[in-house]
Write a protein that binds this ligand. Structure first.
Ligand SMILES: NC(=O)c1ccc[n+]([C@@H]2O[C@H](COP(=O)([O-])OP(=O)(O)OC[C@H]3O[C@@H](n4cnc5c(N)ncnc54)[C@H](OP(=O)(O)O)[C@@H]3O)[C@@H](O)[C@H]2O)c1
Length: 335
């Protein structure tokens, strides 16, 4: 009783309030994670072309677009809902009116669950642009089940295969850009720490040609992002093209909208405090886009703006080759 009375005096209550508020503030700062250093964001990307897939507002792709646009780059927002993104593009242009440096925003349509659409998008991109400096394969789905237009498991198709086809079409342009301008170019694949949860791999055409209702499907698609990055890095080893993959953190975006309602209920309670904002969640891919290759390690996996440990399985060259061969087989009618 005496202890309670002494704790409820105004000075003690005030001190407890200050300590509590500081803990909440520093805790929130901790969960927001590391930001890309300012000196990298002060560079100028004028004349450079950047392509970001999945650039809808509310996601980390949009924040990546915004950061690179405000450094002067021409940024292509590859999205499926063009009219929504045209509005979001206008809003961003208006919002940035007072910025001294800014580039250009271009919205292009792509349906990543349809390889035909990916082929059309890639061909249109090649007809419109004569360089590509940074490719961010960002779009992704989670918690969705089903198959793509071509009858391939949906997470594998949207998160990996569509980006494999985009790279098939655009890699020569990236190589040419790097040679012509004697500069470093980047291919960045947005993976997830969920790649480590991929337990049973479905790496034959028959296995991947059906819906997978298990949580394994997302993990496998994100493991594919890591395996694909490592294959690309090996193939481009003696070039000025850096290939990276990353985990953006747990970020409060729209990616969770397809999860069952009871999972969303739990997540909603946690998101406001423990999750990164879309802006802070985009920092690792922005960092990888801007940092010099000598300070990075091509083929590696990053988290919170630094190199992190990937799942052992993703280091298997045999598995990397197996995925490459399967992906080539699956896209062969679209090249
Ligand atoms: N948020 C996280 O905690 C977290 C954690 C680890 C990894 N990631 C990865 O981060 C990346 C970005 O996700 P996010 O969190 O920013 O989620 P998001 O807000 O849902 O963004 C995903 C983007 O992908 C697009 N997309 C999805 N399916 C598509 C399709 N079939 N065709 C064309 N575009 C399609 C979405 O377009 P619509 O807006 O039209 O749907 C959206 O623009 C994903 O690869 C995700 O796996 C996120």
């Amino acid at each position: 009783m005496a202890l309670l009375q002494s704790l409820s005096t105004p000075p003690v209550l005030l001190s407890l309030g200050v300590v509590g508020a500081s803990a909440v503030y520093w805790g929130r700062k901790f969960f927001l994670g590391t930001y890309c250093p300012d000196h990298l964001k002060q560079g100028n990307l004028k004349g450079q072309v950047v392509l970001v897939t999945g650039a809808s507002k509310g996601g980390i792709g949009y924040e990546t677009v915004k950061a690179l646009y405000l450094m002067g780059a021409t940024v292509v927002m590859a999205v499926r809902d063009v009219s929504r993104s045209e509005k979001e593009k206008k809003e961003l242009e208006i919002e940035s009116e007072s910025s001294t440096v800014k580039g250009q925003l271009i919205v292009m349509k792509v349906e990543l669950d349809d390889l035909e659409s990916v082929r059309e998008f890639s061909k249109e991109f090649l007809s419109k642009f004569d360089r590509l400096d940074i490719l961010v394969n960002n779009a992704g789905i989670g918690g969705m089940t089903g198959i793509s237009k071509q009858g391939i498991e949906i997470a594998f198709s949207v998160n990996h295969l569509s980006h494999f086809l985009i790279v098939h079409y655009l890699r020569q342009l990236i190589i040419d850009t790097s040679i012509k301008y004697s500069k470093e170019c980047k291919i960045i694949n947005v993976s997830s720490m969920a790649h480590a949860y991929a337990k049973s791999l479905k790496f034959t055409k028959d296995e991947i040609s059906m819906s997978d209702t298990s949580v394994n499907a997302y993990g496998q698609s994100k493991l594919c992002n890591v395996l694909f990055t490592k294959s690309l890095a090996r193939q481009l080893e003696n070039t000025k093209i850096g290939c990276y993959c990353l985990h953006p953190g747990a970020v409060n975006t729209n990616v969770f909208r397809h999860l069952p309602y009871y999972v969303s209920l739990v997540l909603n309670g946690l998101k406001w405090y423990f999750f990164k904002t879309p802006e802070s969640g985009a920092q690792t891919q922005i960092y990888l886009a801007l940092e010099k290759m000598e300070k990075l390690s091509s083929g590696s996996y990053y988290d919170d703006c630094k190199k992190a440990n990937e799942y052992e399985l993703s280091k298997s060259v045999e598995l990397q080759d197996q995925l490459w061969n399967l992906s080539e087989e699956l896209i062969k009618d679209f090249i």
